[in-house]
Design a protein around this ligand. Structure first.
Ligand SMILES: [Zn+2]
Ligand SMILES: [Zn+2]
Length: 202
């Protein structure tokens, strides 16, 4: 089930990064996956407020351009179109999700204890590495999420960041049936996912 991979893909490129940024549709080279990576053709991306901050360059992190990154975005859903030589367990045609973390060191106390989102060497998608506002992305297979049948790409994309954030918060909060739960900002992108997830517990 392989498909032809073009040389270039459509991308929403940030121009004039900073307070006057704009996003321009351009053609960018399709990356070649490294040995441990899969090449994903994205069908959908979520839009997260963090993306806007990266493009505004108003957070205390280096600008994305410093890492050669042209596109923001870290909530992607698509399909694997090519496999690196050493990748196991993935095949062309598998559905794939792209998360806010591109990869971690796998070798620190946080990584060993399932808290790799706190890894000091974590690389953020759409800041340190190319983001999901583009058609083709190469991603470490080990950090690529599977998307089950029955979940559309439009739904799966935002689950990678905003809904996962809420899901974890509800687990840490030990929400149980019949509990009340309050979401400050319940109409926002993260809160609205919380309301839906909490309803599933009730
Ligand atoms: Zn996000
Ligand atoms: Zn680590």
């Amino acid at each position: 089930m392989s498909e032809e991979i073009p040389k270039k893909g459509i991308a929403a490129v940030v121009v004039n990064e900073g307070s006057d940024f704009r996003v321009e549709v351009q053609q960018l080279d399709v990356p070649e996956p490294k040995d441990d990576e899969v090449l994903i053709r994205l069908n959908c991306t979520g839009l997260c407020m963090s993306d806007v901050h990266y493009m505004l360059n108003d957070w205390p992190v280096p600008p994305m351009s410093q890492f050669g990154v042209r596109c923001a975005g870290h909530e992607g859903a698509g399909v694997v179109v090519k496999i690196g030589k050493q990748v196991k367990g993935w095949k062309v045609g598998d559905r794939a999700g792209v998360k806010p973390i591109h990869d971690v060191c796998h070798n620190c106390e946080e990584c060993w204890n399932g808290r790799e989102n706190y890894c000091a060497e974590a690389l953020q998608t759409g800041l340190h590495t190319p983001g999901t506002y583009q058609q083709y992305l190469a991603k470490p297979a080990i950090y690529t999420s599977r998307i089950p049948d029955g979940v559309s790409d439009e739904v799966a994309g935002p689950i990678m960041c905003s809904a996962s954030t809420m899901h974890r918060a509800l687990i840490e909060g030990q929400l149980k049936p019949s509990n009340w739960v309050v979401f400050p900002g319940g109409g926002g992108g993260v809160g609205i996912q919380g309301v839906q997830l909490a309803r599933q517990v009730a």
